[in-house]
Write a protein of this length. Structure first.
Length: 131
């Protein structure tokens, strides 16, 4: 029996956009697959997801997204803290990744099933199925 490779631990730091707004956001561990299932309906998903909702290969990402991916992988290999992504609810009632989409999607591409994120406390009920 072959063991799956161990993923390096991820250390997060608070997202700078939540600074001074701590009561407006809550840190939660979110199920990555469920978020991606909802996020595929976002207008911004086309860079990272195929029309079927599958993650694109690194070579298929736009050049700027490839550079962000590589930088995050380097930070991860050095065990540097990554800025916690901020999620929200979009106009189509789907999940939106409002800040640090690159971090969320790079870690999703690496196979992380749960990630620590900021969510608006006002939308906690809408996020319940994703926790």
């Amino acid at each position: 029996m072959t063991k799956a490779p161990v993923k390096p631990p991820v250390t997060f730091k608070d997202n700078k956009i939540t600074s001074g707004k701590e009561g407006a956001y809550r840190v939660e561990n979110i199920q990555v697959g469920k978020v991606l299932e909802s996020w595929k309906f976002s207008l911004f998903s086309f860079e990272w997801l195929t029309p079927d909702g599958d993650m694109r290969d690194l070579s298929e990402l736009p050049e700027l997204e490839q550079e962000k991916y590589q930088k995050i992988m380097l930070q991860l290999s050095r065990n540097e803290p990554l800025e916690r992504p901020v999620l929200g609810i979009g106009v189509m009632d789907n999940i939106e990744i409002g800040s640090r989409r690159d971090i969320f999607l790079t870690l999703a591409k690496q196979g992380y099933n749960k990630l620590s994120v900021h969510i608006p406390t006002a939308n906690l009920e809408e996020f319940t199925p994703y926790l």
